[in-house]
Design a protein around this ligand. Structure first.
Ligand SMILES: NC(=O)c1ccc[n+]([C@@H]2O[C@H](COP(=O)([O-])OP(=O)(O)OC[C@H]3O[C@@H](n4cnc5c(N)ncnc54)[C@H](OP(=O)(O)O)[C@@H]3O)[C@@H](O)[C@H]2O)c1
Length: 233
C-alpha cells in the first residue's frame, strides 16, 4: 500500500486551520498544530489519520519538530495560525507590534526553516494564509497589515530560494472570514458580527486545496478571495 502524503497545519484547533484540516483529511495524513490541546483532540477525533501537535509557535524549537513521528518527509505545510489586534499607530505600543510579528511572521519563518529539510525531501509545498491586509492597508490596521506585508515578502523570498529544490510556495489572501478572529475584530471595531457577510472558513480551505493539489507542472503562487457581500475592490 502506498503511503498517503503528510500535511502539517498550524492554527488547526479552530477557524481556517481546522477547516483546512477537514478538507485535507480524505487525502492526507495530518499533523495539527495549536495551543488548545482539548480543541486539537476534538478536531483529530473527527479525522482519521490526524495527530495533535500542541505547540506555542512563538517559542517553537527543533525539539518540538523532532517530537513529531514520521516527519522526515513533509508534502504540505499550511501556516494558518495568526493574531489580529487593531489600533491606530498612535495608540499601539511596541509590545503589541512585537506580539503581532512574533506570531504572524517570526514563528512562520522559524517553523518553515525547521521543516525545510523535510519539505525538500518530499518536493513539498508551503501555503501561507495571508490577508487582503497584506495587499492594501486601512487606517487602524498598521501592525497587522505590516506583519502580513512582511509575510508576503517572506513567501516571495522562500519561493525564489526553494525553486531549485522543487519546493513550491503559495500565498492565500482572504478578506474577512467568519471565525473567532473576526468576532473579536468586530468587537474591537464596535460593530455587529454577522457571519453571513463574511467568507466561510471552508471556502478558504477550498482555495488552499486548489494550491495544494496543483499538478507538479504548475505552481499556484497567489490566490485572493473576498466575501461576495463586499465590493470586489
Ligand atoms: N478571520 C479573518 O477574518 C481573517 C481574514 C484574513 C486573514 N485571516 C488569517 O487567517 C489565519 C487564520 O485565522 P482564523 O480566523 O482561523 O483565526 P482564529 O479563529 O483566531 O484561530 C487562530 C488559530 O491560530 C492559533 N494560534 C494563535 N497564536 C498562536 C501561537 N502563539 N501558537 C500556536 N498557535 C497559535 C490558535 O491556536 P489556539 O486557539 O489553540 O491557541 C488558533 O488555532 C490567520 O493567519 C489570519 O491572520 C483571517
Amino acid at each position: 500500500m502506498t503511503e498517503r502524503p503528510v500535511a502539517l497545519v498550524t492554527g488547526a484547533s479552530r477557524g481556517v486551520g481546522a477547516a483546512v484540516a477537514r478538507a485535507l483529511a480524505p487525502t492526507h495524513d495530518l499533523v495539527l498544530g495549536g495551543r488548545d490541546r482539548a480543541a486539537l483532540d476534538a478536531v483529530c477525533a473527527e479525522l482519521p489519520g490526524a495527530r495533535p501537535w500542541p505547540v506555542e509557535l512563538t517559542a517553537v524549537t527543533a525539539s518540538d519538530v523532532e517530537a513529531v513521528d514520521r516527519l522526515d518527509r513533509l508534502d504540505l505545510l499550511v501556516h494558518s495560525a495568526g493574531v489580529a489586534r487593531i489600533g491606530d499607530v498612535g495608540e499601539t505600543p511596541v509590545e503589541e507590534w512585537r506580539r503581532t510579528f512574533e506570531v504572524n511572521l517570526f514563528a512562520v519563518a522559524e517553523l518553515t526553516r525547521l521543516l525545510l529539510p523535510a519539505l525538500r525531501a518530499a518536493r513539498g509545498q508551503v501555503v501561507l494564509i495571508n490577508s487582503t491586509s497584506g495587499q492594501r492597508v486601512n487606517a487602524g490596521w498598521g501592525a497587522y497589515a505590516a506583519s502580513k506585508f512582511a509575510l508576503r515578502a517572506f513567501a516571495d523570498a522562500l519561493r525564489l530560494e526553494e525553486h531549485p529544490n522543487g519546493v513550491r510556495v503559495a500565498t492565500v489572501y482572504p478578506g474577512r472570514i467568519a471565525t473567532d478572529m473576526q468576532k473579536d475584530v468586530r468587537e474591537q471595531e464596535g460593530g455587529d458580527y454577522d457571519p453571513s457577510r463574511y467568507i466561510a472558513p471552508e471556502s478558504v480551505a477550498k482555495a488552499v486545496l486548489a494550491a495544494a493539489t496543483a499538478t507538479p507542472d504548475a505552481q499556484i503562487t497567489e490566490i485572493t478571495i473576498r466575501p461576495s457581500a463586499s465590493l470586489p475592490v
